[in-house]
Design a protein. Sequence first.
Length: 143
Amino acid sequence: MTIFGADKKFEKFEDVTPELLKKENVKLLLCDLDNTLRLHSEKEPAEELAKWIKACKKAGVIIVIISNNGRKKMMKKFCEPIEVDCFWWAKKPMRKKLNEAMEKYNIPPENTVMLGDKWSTDILAAKFAKIRSYKVEHRKKIV
Ligand SMILES: [Mg+2]
């Protein structure tokens, strides 16, 4: 774990492959939603996202969305078809929801990574929770 910045940087979530997660011993991948897994305006999960989540799950990685977005109904509707657990109104960089997710799935910090696009929320929350962080660019378009 580095003190400053993310442990790894990628252009987009698809670059975080199941093979890489396996190699890095990641069992729980906490994901930011807006501008990380989707564009801010997207109401339904993109095909690319559904595919990626399926592949990660198949590799044994648990995916949990941790978002500062407080629109519970919209979040539920988005997460249901891709069968992903989600924590909304997370108030990142506070680490509370990250810890809750690790407890819920009983995965230790050393096997957990936070994936997000924003240093001041996602990456910092990972630092506070003492877990690794992967940073992606702000999502500009899907596919
Ligand atoms: Mg974001």
